[in-house]
Design a protein around this ligand. Structure first.
Ligand code: ATP
Length: 437
């Protein structure tokens, strides 16, 4: 059974986690009703960790158009945080603010509690890895990684510039090449490396200066799928080994789920949800998140009372509470959560309209009186077969209606036919059948 833990950002001063030190303080607290101890522990863990960077009420406008809309977000020390969202949602703009390449139109950027809005990129303890590696083709691997270390830096006290001693450069470059699994490649030319190896050089080059934060802007975008997967686990390993903060930008939800401690889902310059991969997947906050992270059937429903929702003109037990009586809601059913049973045993009955073999499972589209659901099952049910389905309470997730309601999670158009069906009372847990016909 998948755990279901409600989390949310609430604007009340609930102990203990102030999210940032800006003017409008928000607090992160488990929603009332959160019972899952493991999930609670993870949430408090994040809240109580050391905040390294905070964006406080940051807005960015280009030519009067708001592309970041009051972003409030913090990044913890040693955290792998992913900014996830569709193209143009503002991920790179957020990263550029942190890197110092862009000053927010309003709001504050804080590093270790100090305001850094006006600190240039080279004086921030932050480095960036871009999708295009921007390596120097005329230098070998060693010299590419050593490049930043060879630039004289202003000393802490005076105007005098200091150089890193050659011996230290050598040991730090070799150490980083080992971290990125490129030991022995020092003398190789960049043109003699594969895409994945070039990406590793870019990562080593960004890490050799020992930044506290590494920004990664779709760094695996140019790699093929296999290499991407390999590099995902490599990146996670490197982050854990070095214990520094990685802020990763991607539009690939699988990548985000696989690597992150925390995912921030963005759309239209706004944060839609912040949480662990499990939270985001199991408890999407609105139809946008539910659709963007994995596949979802999203239906119109009405919350009758705590733990009872109605959709398709019948009532189902669920695990959700705290909604207004008879509140219209969005109901999310994940394709892999639906149990297919013989038609006479189903709570609902539908006809298979298409089947696609996906390797591990079949993507099976089932027509429930005109409303088509996606069901993922390892059993083959041929086109034309009438099947029954059973939904357990923890297969049903309820969300408040939002600006995204009705936009996603529909595998066909809704049929009004279900409204004409006879109402049936709530099924008892003893498994009483309730075919609608
Ligand atoms: P992608 O995944 O495609 O890189 P993104 O989520 O990183 O997208 P951003 O690059 O942050 O999106 O862009 C957010 C919005 O801001 C987009 O509409 C983009 O066109 C706009 N934008 C970004 N930089 C500028 C700029 N310098 N001038 C004008 N508009 C800009």
């Amino acid at each position: 059974m998948t755990f279901r833990q409600k989390t949310d950002i609430v604007s009340l001063p609930v102990f203990p986690g102030e999210r940032y030190s800006g003017k409008r303080a928000f607090f992160y607290a488990p929603r009332p009703g959160a019972e899952d101890a493991k999930s609670m522990e993870k949430e408090w863990g994040r809240i109580m960790s050391k905040k390294l960077i905070s964006l406080a009420d940051c807005c960015v406008a280009f030519d009067g158009e708001l592309v970041l809309d009051h972003i409030n977000l913090y990044f913890n020390d040693s955290e792998f945080l992913t900014l996830l969202g569709p193209s143009g949602c503002g991920k790179t703009t957020t990263l550029r603010i942190i890197g110092g390449f862009l000053t927010p139109t309003s709001g504050e950027v804080l590093f270790d509690g100090a305001r850094i809005n006006d600190i240039p990129p080279n004086l921030r303890q932050v480095n960036t890895v871009f999708q295009r590696y921007a390596l120097f083709p005329h230098l070998n691997v060693f010299e590419n990684v050593a490049f930043g270390l060879r630039i004289p830096k202003a000393s802490g006290t005076g105007r005098k510039k200091v150089r890193v001693p050659e011996e230290e450069i050598r040991s730090r470059v070799l150490e980083m090449l080992e971290v990125v699994s490129l030991k022995g490649f020092e003398r190789r030319r960049i043109t003699e490396l594969s895409g994945g190896q070039q990406q590793r050089v870019a990562i080593a080059r960004a890490l050799v200066n020992r930044p506290k934060v590494l920004l990664l802007d779709e760094p695996l975008g140019a790699l093929d799928l296999r290499l991407r997967k390999d590099m995902q686990s490599e990146l996670k390993r490197i982050q854990q080994q070095l214990g520094i903060t990685f802020i990763y930008v991607t539009h690939d939800q699988e990548e985000a789920l696989a690597m992150s401690d925390t995912i921030v889902v963005m759309d239209q310059g706004r944060i839609q949800q912040i949480g662990t991969p499990e939270d985001i997947y199991n408890e999407p906050k609105n139809a946008f998140v539910a659709d963007f992270i994995g596949e979802s059937n999203i239906l119109d429903g009405v919350m009758h009372e705590d733990f009872v929702v109605e959709f398709f003109n019948r009532k189902f037990k669920c695990l959700d509470k705290g909604f207004a009586p008879m509140e219209p809601v969005d109901v999310v059913i994940r394709p892999e959560d639906v149990d297919i049973v013989p038609k006479e045993k189903g709570q609902l009955r539908g006809i298979v309209t298409s089947v696609t073999f996906k390797g591990v499972h079949y993507d099976t589209i089932v027509d429930f009186k005109g409303f088509k659901w996606l069901i993922q099952t390892t059993d083959y049910h041929p086109e034309g077969e009438t099947i029954g389905i059973i939904l357990n309470p923890d297969d049903i997730h309820i969300m408040h209606k939002s600006q995204y309601s009705g936009m996603f999670g529909d595998y066909s158009s809704y049929s009004e036919e279900y409204d004409e069906l006879e109402d049936v009372s709530l099924l008892e847990e003893d498994g009483e059948d309730g075919d609608e016909e």
